[in-house]
Design a protein around this ligand. Structure first.
Ligand code: FES
Ligand code: FES
Length: 155
């Protein structure tokens, strides 16, 4: 069974016909070609698929595409402005918080949601925010430093 949905992704409006069982992650990656959101576990465990749904971080593998009807989605592709990286992206590069990069889109979007809500988090608040984003390369300390840097708490 298919449903017609309208969704805004990275500022662009889409009218799409989707299968009832299709996830938002598959919609983004397979239908829209936005492969920055990664499919790690496809089971809500790793956070690699994190996108912002109306500004809040969600695991896109756990959200049905039909649930995004009428909603606003931000993926990592929508974060930079032209050739200008978002400050979080710059800080991740500066602090070496990107190694293989598989977790990075989800980490960065989770951090964006945190800073949007709480522009000056403590180190503990940053650690709690990214607790659901797993990194097999072990970049956690660098991620925390990068986020605190953007929050103006570290040189
Ligand atoms: S792919 Fe969605 S949480 Fe792992
Ligand atoms: S940088 Fe490789 S999984 Fe995080």
């Amino acid at each position: 069974m298919r449903h017609c949905i309208q969704v805004r992704v990275n500022g662009d409006r889409y009218a799409l016909s989707v299968e009832a069982k299709k996830t938002l992650l598959d919609l983004l990656r397979d239908d829209l070609g936005l492969t920055g959101s990664k499919k790690g576990c496809d089971n809500g465990e790793c956070g690699a698929c994190t996108v912002l749904l109306n500004g809040r971080p969600v695991n896109a593998c756990l959200v049905l595409a039909v649930e995004a009807d009428g909603q606003e989605v931000l993926t990592i592709e929508g974060l930079a402005e032209g050739f200008h990286l978002h400050p979080l992206q710059e800080a991740f590069v500066q602090y070496g918080a990107v190694q293989c990069g598989y977790c990075s889109p989800g980490m960065i979007l989770t951090a964006k949601a945190l800073l949007d809500e709480n522009p000056h988090p403590t180190e503990l608040e940053v650690k709690k925010a990214i607790a659901g984003n797993l990194c097999r390369c072990g970049t956690y300390n660098k991620v925390v430093k990068a986020v605190l840097r953007v929050a103006g708490k570290k040189e």
